[in-house]
Design a protein around this ligand. Structure first.
Ligand SMILES: NC(=O)C1=CN([C@@H]2O[C@H](COP(=O)(O)OP(=O)(O)OC[C@H]3O[C@@H](n4cnc5c(N)ncnc54)[C@H](O)[C@@H]3O)[C@@H](O)[C@H]2O)C=CC1
Ligand SMILES: O=C(CO)COP(=O)(O)O
Length: 342
């Protein structure tokens, strides 16, 4: 993509919390931004009230943000599409835009997760669905939608193999309250953003059981070791995992109750069944699907991810969370670091 290409207007697909917050951030910078959600009633509400009362109540849309109804027309005339739907709707969104997308229109997404069932990285899914002509990018990092919408200081990362696209996309968001970094390591950014959701469930379970700060710190640190193992096996840069989309997002979601993944874990740890905990949270919890898919990728790569494995056992096999903690503690003694072999 050339440095002069124009990304404006951006069409944001998915009027949930994160799509809306990202649309507001771009529009606040004066970039024309179109927001589309699939629900007609929701569209009418946003159109009339100039806010997204369902997900981000009380925060007015900037003037440069328009809510659009005719998605087909919008896809044909936008300069860039940003997808912000849950991972289970990602493929469906690509299929919807594909027939209408102009040949080289850049596509980015803020979805965190893997493709359902196959565990494919969304970058690979998007590349094979859309072909080679579209610049692609992933947005990820420690960023709760409500804080971005409220204009609180935030930093996140844009990853693309196309450096010009990464720079221009980052530029749409960059502001005195939003620092946006770029990277070429799309693999590392996606792995960090996916696995941290599973680990946030584990941290929530531990806190819900009443275990202390030591246990939480151990889960974060050993969870990071699991992310590193998977990332290394798939060919990501280790450095990425020490950045915003790795350790940054892991800390955020494991420690703050705004995280829906952590909320699910807390509810399970406090004694709700998994089904009741899902109902209780009542929001998008990406770590549920991700747990299964991450485990699939770990088995394919023949690496150990014991915390993710225990989360899967609790979520899908009816394990008692206390038994899972015991299983983790009773693993054979291990070295954290062994001396280099000369
Ligand atoms: N909320 C947050 O703070 C952040 C969320 N994310 C990620 O962004 C993605 C979206 O999350 P949220 O916006 O928070 O979820 P949300 O639950 O607030 O909203 C999801 C939206 O997607 C819509 N949707 C579902 N299927 C759709 C389809 N097939 N076509 C069009 N729209 C569809 C829903 O109607 C809903 O409006 C997730 O992968 C999440 O992990 C990433 C960073 C921050
Ligand atoms: O990814 C997020 C913040 O970076 C949002 O986390 P939750 O999906 O757990 O709420």
């Amino acid at each position: 993509m050339s440095e002069q290409a124009n990304l404006s207007p951006t069409l944001v697909l998915g009027a949930g919390a994160w799509g809306t917050a990202l649309a507001m951030a771009m529009a606040r910078n004066g970039h024309e931004t179109w927001l589309w959600g699939r629900d007609k009633q929701h569209y009418l509400q946003m159109q009339t009230s100039r806010e997204n009362a369902k997900y981000l109540p009380g925060i007015a849309f900037p003037d440069a943000l328009s809510v659009v109804d005719d998605v087909h027309k919008a896809i044909q005339s936008c300069g860039h599409v940003l997808i912000s739907v849950p991972s289970k709707a990602f493929v469906e969104s690509l299929q919807m835009i594909k027939p209408m997308l102009a040949a080289k229109t850049p596509v980015s997404w803020a979805t965190k997760g893997l493709a359902p069932d196959t565990g494919e990285l969304l970058y690979d899914v998007a590349r094979s669905a859309l072909g080679e002509s579209h610049p692609l990018a992933v947005i990820s990092g420690p960023s709760f939608a409500a804080e971005v919408a409220a204009n609180l200081p935030t930093a996140f990362t844009v990853a693309s193999e196309d450096g010009d696209f990464a720079k221009q996309l980052a530029g749409l968001f960059h502001s005195p309250t939003l620092r946006v970094y770029t990277t070429y390591d799309v693999l590392g950014v996606q792995i960090g953003g996916t696995v941290k959701n599973v680990l946030a469930i584990s941290a929530g379970i531990s806190d819900g059981l009443g275990y202390g700060a030591n246990a939480r710190a151990a889960l974060i640190t050993r969870g990071m070791a699991e992310i590193r193992r998977l990332a290394a096996a798939l060919g990501a840069e280790t450095e990425t995992l020490f950045g915003l989309s790795g350790i940054g997002d892991l800390i955020l979601t494991c420690t703050d109750d705004q995280s829906r993944n952590r909320q699910l874990g807390l509810a399970i740890g406090r004694g709700l069944s998994v089904d009741d905990a899902v109902k209780f949270v009542g929001k998008t919890v990406e770590g549920m699907d991700a747990a299964r898919e991450v485990m699939l990728r770990a088995r394919q790569a023949d690496i150990e991810m014991p915390i993710v494995e225990q989360v899967c056992k609790i979520l899908f096999e009816g394990y008692d969370p206390r038994e899972s903690v015991q299983a983790l503690l009773c693993r054979e003694q291990k070295a954290e670091l062994t001396p280099p072999v000369n």
